[in-house]
Structure formats: structure tokens, C-alpha cells
Write a protein that binds this ligand. Structure first.
Ligand SMILES: NC(=O)c1ccc[n+]([C@@H]2O[C@H](COP(=O)([O-])OP(=O)(O)OC[C@H]3O[C@@H](n4cnc5c(N)ncnc54)[C@H](OP(=O)(O)O)[C@@H]3O)[C@@H](O)[C@H]2O)c1
Length: 318
């Protein structure tokens, strides 16, 4: 099969488009012909081997897994003997980040538990945009943030992969959403259902006197004190962008009964994909695709994502 592989950490120049053996599914695995795979910041970090804390998982000196690509949508072509939920021909999608990735290839094998049925009526390229970004937004808002109908919610970084899902999921939970993004993306974010959009080049959400019940941050560009200023005294703040200060400050604030503030790490699971399926099939959540690239141009896709200004998701189509 054709695959985009890398054998050393570095810039997108280290990627090589090669012919490699197709995987054979183990007893608990499903072999999928990849129709689309989306690109995530996680692929960018693993390509570069930076920040260094990715290396215990990905390989200390060189990458353990030569094929990147966690988010995949495709069709089942074979199943291992213990697989119960899928059969050849099924359309599936999944997040393979806990299973060595491998999505930037014509075929990938991963355990049955990594896959969920693809939402009906949603094309492969849109389904591939969902797993990492939408599950991150869902777990941040619902599980860590305990979002409630009628709450005021601020999404900082509303125009990227995670943010475009977060705006729609928060609206689906009945929240009143304020979204923060740059000028050229204001109209797009408003069209996703945001009640109010703050163009951060014109207005500072931390200084305008507004306070929110819940803040979901995907950027991590402000200090903890600034985020707290925009949060109700009993509000919750969740970031997927990792703020080191919260390792100690978060538990301390929780103990003193004030604002709840925490980093979150998404945990891929097929129950959350099934939950999202309902929102996708009902049209309450629509993946936003910025650009599609062919498999041979994964390097360009990663270069584009690495600039940190994507408008929704970047997708590889096969
Ligand atoms: N913890 C986890 O489990 C987890 C899971 C997934 C992702 N992440 C992390 O979450 C972050 C976002 O991921 P992503 O996939 O959404 O990235 P992305 O698609 O690259 O989006 C990044 C967005 O940040 C926005 N941005 C840049 N500067 C901004 C500012 N000053 N104010 C507001 N927005 C700003 C950009 O929009 P503008 O052009 O409008 O500025 C861009 O759309 C990354 O750091 C990623 O590693 C963590």
C-alpha cells in the first residue's frame, strides 16, 4: 500500500511517500481502507518530537510508529476472529491515537474498540474531521466543564479544529455562546451558531468586564489571572492547551471553593463517538473543513496546520 512514513523527527521534509506492506489485522483488530484522515496538532508534535514530553510515548530518539494520522474514516475490509461489532463493508470512523496512529496510509488496522459506525449521511472527509477535535470539545464542555442549558460559555480559539466543534456542541447543550477568534473568521464562527463573537484584534475578552459561567480555552495564550477575570466567582475554566500553572493552582482553587480551573486531556472512546453521531446525524454539529489534500501531500497539510491558523479542520482524502 501507499503510505506517508517518517523514520526521524523533524520538519515535514522528513516525510516520505512510500510503498509499504499493508497491515494484517490481529484477532481483536479491524482492517480499514482509509477514505479520509484528518490532521491534528498531535501529528505536528509527533512529527517534530516536540515538546519533548511526547517522546516517552512516541520514541525517545526516533519515532516508534512510522505512520502518523490518528483520525480516520473508511470502510472495513477484514476483521480479526474475535471482532464482534464490525464486518467487511461497514463504514467506520475512529481515533487511533492510543493505538499507534497509522491513518496516513491506504489501509490501517486497529482494535475494534477504537472504531465506531460512521454517522449516516456524513461523507468520509467530514467524518474524519470529528474524532480528536469533537471528542476533545465534548469532554471539555460536558465532563470537565459540566455545561448546563442557559449557562454563558466563552470559547477562546473558536475558529480552529477543536473550537469549531466546541461552539456547536455548547449550543447543542443549550448554552449561550460567546466565541473568540480573529477578524477573517468572525462570519464563519457566527454561522456556526455563536450568539456573540469577539474579534480578539479589536476587543479583549479578559478586560471588557464580561464574566462567564464556563470558559473553554483551546489557545492557552493568557495568564491564569486573566482567565479568572473573565470567569464568574463560581465559574469553571477548562483548557486543552495545557497551562502548567494549573497543575497546582487548579486543585488549590477547588479546595477553597472558588472557581474550578483545570487542564484536560481527551480520552478517545467509541461511546463519545456514538454520542457525537447523534448530533452529526441530526445536523446539530457540522464539521468545518478548511482544506483537503491528497495522501501524497501530507507534508503540505502539516505545514499549513503548523501555522496555527486553520479554519476548522485540515483533511487528507484518498
Ligand atoms: N488536551 C487535549 O486532549 C487536546 C486535544 C486536541 C487538541 N489539543 C490542543 O488544543 C489546541 C487547539 O487544537 P486545534 O486542533 O483546535 O488547533 P488548530 O486547528 O490549529 O486551531 C488553532 C486556532 O487557534 C486560534 N488562535 C490563535 N491565536 C489566537 C488568539 N490569540 N486568540 C484566539 N484564538 C487564537 C487560531 O484562530 P485565529 O486564526 O482566529 O486566530 C486557530 O484557529 C492545540 O494546542 C492542540 O494541541 C489538546
Amino acid at each position: 500500500m501507499k503510505a506517508m512514513i517518517y523514520t526521524e523527527y523533524g520538519s515535514p521534509d522528513v516525510l516520505q511517500f512510500k510503498e509499504v506492506p499493508a497491515p494484517t489485522p490481529k484477532d481483536n483488530e479491524v482492517l480499514v481502507q482509509v477514505h479520509a484522515a484528518s490532521v491534528n496538532q498531535g501529528d505536528w508534535y509527533l512529527l517534530r518530537g516536540e515538546p519533548f514530553l511526547v517522546r516517552p510515548e512516541s520514541g525517545l530518539l526516533k519515532p516508534k510508529h512510522p505512520i502518523l494520522g490518528a483520525d480516520v474514516a473508511g470502510r472495513v475490509t477484514a476483521v480479526g476472529r474475535d471482532v464482534k461489532r464490525f464486518q467487511p463493508g461497514d463504514e467506520v470512523f475512529g481515533d487511533l491515537s492510543a493505538n499507534g496512529r497509522g491513518g496516513f496510509a491506504e489501509y490501517v488496522a486497529a482494535p475494534e474498540t477504537a472504531w465506531a459506525p460512521k454517522p449516516a449521511g456524513v461523507p468520509f472527509e467530514k467524518a474524519a474531521a470529528v474524532p480528536t477535535a469533537a471528542v476533545t470539545a465534548l469532554q471539555a464542555l460536558r465532563d470537565k466543564g459540566q455545561i448546563q442549558p442557559g449557562q454563558t460559555v466563552l470559547i477562546n480559539g473558536a475558529s480552529g479544529g477543536v473550537g469549531t466543534f466546541a461552539v456547536q456542541i455548547a449550543r447543542a447543550f443549550g448554552a449561550e455562546v460567546t466565541a473568540v477568534c480573529s477578524t477573517s473568521k468572525v462570519d464563519m464562527v457566527r454561522a456556526l451558531g455563536a450568539d456573540r463573537v469577539i474579534d480578539y484584534t479589536q476587543e479583549d475578552f479578559a478586560q471588557n468586564g464580561q464574566r462567564y459561567d464556563l470558559i473553554f480555552d483551546t489557545v492557552g495564550n493568557r495568564s491564569v489571572a486573566e482567565y479568572r477575570q473573565a470567569l464568574h466567582p463560581k465559574g469553571a475554566f477548562v483548557t486543552c492547551a495545557f497551562l502548567p500553572a494549573l497543575i497546582f493552582l487548579g486543585p488549590w482553587l477547588a479546595m477553597t471553593g472558588g472557581q474550578r480551573m483545570a487542564n484536560m486531556l481527551a480520552r478517545p472512546n467509541n461511546q463519545d463517538l456514538a454520542f457525537l453521531n447523534e448530533l452529526l446525524e441530526a445536523g446539530k454539529v457540522v464539521p468545518v473543513i478548511d482544506r483537503c489534500y491528497p495522501l501524497s501531500e501530507v507534508a503540505e497539510a502539516l505545514r499549513y496546520l503548523g501555522k496555527g491558523q486553520a479554519r476548522g479542520k485540515v483533511v487528507i482524502t484518498l
